[in-house]
Design a protein around this ligand. Structure first.
Ligand code: AGP
Length: 616
């Protein structure tokens, strides 16, 4: 999961390449570098550490030149060192390349190249790819130029097993950047007398709103004024120019200290956008045109599989409860990395949903392709418009949450829950859900944004509670029914941004082993809204208190009896049980956020993580 940029135009490349890297830092941040060509040489600057280290290196010493490539790394092969940072040269030093992805057969290729006298400076698979292209370029001989370079790139990539999004420059083809993709996202940003290559439109949004989302096996050659997109196998490739659907300020933090806090506070708007144009009060149902399935096809669905990773899998678990309770369609969740290998027995009327904020998670992409290989329709629930999953799926529903830059998923989770509620309503109203019930769901959905706002107004109180637990050595999160997945999600938030070990459990599992952990130093967070299992949750809380375990409860306004037995109580507005995870997850996001900040963690770019897991 790295970020790559290429630039060719009339401006000095280095500042633009560095600016773009800052927008992609959430994709990986253990080392970074730029390579810019000028007057017959390629000047390389790269180093371990954050992009700020690279910026310091360039300060007053930026290479001149108007075409170049840059990279921010999340290490897959080789530690985060200066040598392993990208860009990488080929043997001649006349080609520089940056790469996002994994070359699975790089060892074999490296040995073959070493046998031909190649000498490598790093441990990376990406440097092998640079040398492989350089070797092909030398083999073709003849006059220098663009056709020779394209042929060399084609030949080299056809030897590769794995995934790549690459950008490269060659001194024999001045003022030109070449790119290619297979399994890792890559877009072309079309500017005025300048063009960009980037892993994500966020990197170019301040320079252009016109982007081409490249497809697997696309090969692109850019100059300042032109671009050409071919297929790796030869011939022209089809493409379409899309308008980028978010603005520069949306890709910025604004007045917030972290993207994560901004995105937590964007949830009222994000939830509203997830519903926009999709509620049909006149028919007491939802409208989801992107499913590309008519009512007859939807009615014939006799089983649903929801798949995704991390937070998306938690949303899927809520979706399972939703669809089964509202639409009575048998539904199951399988995390994508398991689904892709499980060979699940499915019938011809099984419908699969791939849930993914980025739309690029490699396991979810593979799970989708496996489902399609078995002949199933696979629909995507994605945030990233024109992402690979969005484009390759058989239809789906965009979350419209806006860019989510913080590595920890927040607004994407609640937006996924809203979309799943809309889906359950639509399917339910095609079966046996009444007009009255349908209208109840619609009214409850419409009331959500204001209820979320009310919870966000408690930010300071939640912060004060969080600060009391910033030194916890571990944490338990408990919930039942619709809030069991919310407990898992709360634990994941805590783990991934504060580095406190946390586990999520169905509350009743307490007595099946978990309670052995309870002691006065291990806080338990109970999600116990005013639902039909409230009393059961209260019993579980009593069991923890009986063993001196501190308890923080998230419950519905009015259930003040919990103040008698809990150490802290956070209230959320009343809502139907099927919507409660949308509300209860928000205090847990803030709880984890404030603890992480108090612990000095890098909230937006937690260690070892990246926003989109595009490598296995
Ligand atoms: C959640 O906070 C994490 N960032 C991670 O679990 C994430 O949800 C997972 O990698 C799936 O990402 P996706 O939704 O982009 O596919």
């Amino acid at each position: 999961m790295c970020g790559i940029i290429g630039y060719v135009g009339r401006e000095q490349a280095a500042p633009l390449l560095l600016e773009g890297l800052r927008r992609l830092e959430y994709r990986g941040y253990d080392s970074a570098g730029v390579a810019v060509a000028h007057n017959g040489s390629i000047n390389l600057r790269k180093c371990a550490g954050r992009i700020q280290n690279l910026s310091d290196l360039l300060d007053g010493n930026a290479p001149n030149g108007t075409f170049g490539v840059s990279h921010t790394r999340w290490a897959t092969h080789g530690e985060p060192t200066d040598e392993n940072a990208h860009p990488h040269f080929d043997q001649s030093g006349r080609l520089a390349l940056v790469h996002n992805g994994v070359i699975e057969n790089y060892q074999v290729l490296r040995e073959e190249l070493e046998a031909k006298g190649h000498v490598f400076q790093s441990q990376t698979d990406s440097e092998v790819l640079a040398h492989l292209i350089g070797e092909s370029y030398d083999e073709f001989g003849g006059e220098h130029g663009r056709e020779r370079l394209l042929k060399a790139v084609r030949q080299a990539l056809q030897k590769v097993v794995g995934t790549y999004g690459i950008a490269l420059i060659h001194l024999d083809v001045p003022e030109t950047v070449v790119g290619a993709r297979l399994g890792s996202p890559l877009i072309v940003g079309l500017g005025a007398k300048e063009n960009f290559l980037a892993s994500d439109v966020a990197a170019v949004v301040s320079h252009t709103s016109d982007a081409i989302y490249l497809n697997d096996y696309d090969l692109v050659m850019l100059t300042a004024d032109e671009f050409e997109i071919d297929s790796l196998e030869g011939g022209k490739a089809s493409y379409e120019v899309s308008r980028v659907d978010f603005t520069e300020e949306q890709a910025e933090k604004g007045d917030y200290p972290h993207f994560m806090l901004k995105e937590i506070f964007e949830q009222p708007e994000a939830i509203k956008n997830a519903m926009r144009g999709r509620l049909s009060p006149e028919d007491a149902t939802a409208k989801l045109g992107g499913l590309n399935m008519n009512p007859q096809e939807l009615r014939s669905v006799d089983r649903i599989v929801l798949t995704g990773c991390g937070t998306a899998s938690h949303a899927a678990m809520v979706g399972e409860y939703l669809i089964e309770s509202l639409a009575r369609v048998p539904t199951e969740v399988e995390i994508a990395s398991e689904f892709r290998y499980r060979n699940m027995p499915t019938g011809k009327n099984t419908l699969i949903f791939a849930i993914s904020q980025s739309g690029e998670t490699i396991d979810t992409l593979a799970a989708m392709r496996e489902g399609q290989r078995k002949g199933h329709k696979v629909l995507g629930i994605c945030n990233n418009v024109a992402s690979t999953i969005a484009r390759e799926s058989d239809g789906g529903v965009y979350m419209h949450a806006g860019p989510e830059i913080g590595v920890a998923a927040t607004k994407s989770f609640t937006s996924q829950l809203v979309v799943l509620n809309l889906l359950a309503l639509l399917l339910g109203r095609m079966q046996h859900v009444s007009v009255t019930r349908g209208m109840e769901v619609i009214e409850a959905l419409r009331a959500l944004p204001d209820k979320v706002r009310k919870i966000l107004e408690q930010n300071e109180e939640i912060k004060q509670i969080a600060l009391k637990y910033a030194d916890a050595g571990g944490m338990l999160f408990m919930g039942r029914q619709f809030n069991y997945p919310a407990a898992l999600e709360g634990a994941l938030k805590m783990k991934e941004i504060s580095y406190i070990y946390a586990s999520g459990h169905a509350s009743a599992e307490l007595k099946h082993g978990v309670i052995a952990l309870v002691n006065e130093n291990l806080p338990s967070v109970f999600i116990a809204p005013d639902d039909f299992v409230f009393e059961k949750n209260v019993s579980n809380i009593e069991e923890v208190k009986a063993r001196k375990g501190p308890v923080i409860a998230v419950t519905t306004e009015g259930r003040t009896e919990l103040e008698r037995i809990c150490d802290h109580v956070i209230y959320v507005p009343q809502c139907p049980d099927y919507l409660s995870p949308v509300l209860t997850s928000i205090p847990l996001q803030l709880f984890a956020y404030h603890i992480a900040v108090a612990r000095g963690c890098d909230v937006d770019k937690p260690r070892n993580l990246a926003k989109s897991v595009t490598v296995e």
